[in-house]
Design a protein around this ligand. Structure first.
Ligand SMILES: [Zn+2]
Length: 133
């Protein structure tokens, strides 16, 4: 049962978001060593990748499989991602689990707001969700 739910939500997350996922591969010419980057993923990114996998499972457990923001023009369960309660640069490790499941248009709308408004709005959704669980 849970496994099925997990498969379902994973499928939703597999929906490719070409705007974010398109990584063109530069052509490497013969005789030239491909440039090696010494920059690994940032600490926050790595931390978030692990957190993200956990969150997908948690959200499946809570039966949350579509956008929680639901503005007009919401894509519901298409192109879902997690909206953080703060801008990425201000994010503290303890904030990482505080996220709202959001479709791309809804996510973009709240991202365009200032920090305070976005944080308040998203925390309210999390609070309401916890109350109804
Ligand atoms: Zn939405």
């Amino acid at each position: 049962m849970l496994k099925q739910k997990l498969e379902r939500i994973k499928k939703v997350f597999d929906t490719p978001n070409l705007a974010k996922e398109f990584h063109p591969v530069p052509k490497v010419f013969k005789g030239k060593e491909p440039k090696k980057s010494t920059l690994g993923p940032g600490k926050k990114t790595t931390q978030w990748e692990g957190e993200r996998a956990k969150l997908i499972e948690e959200f499946a457990n809570m039966d949350i499989t579509s956008c929680e923001i639901k503005f007009e023009g919401c894509w519901k369960n298409n192109a879902l991602g997690f909206a953080h309660i703060d801008k990425r640069k201000n994010l503290r490790p303890e904030d990482l689990p505080s996220v709202v499941l959001a479709c791309t248009p809804c996510h973009q709308t709240v991202e365009a707001w200032n920090n305070i408004r976005m944080r308040k709005f998203l925390l309210e959704i999390i609070k309401k969700r916890n109350e109804s669980l």
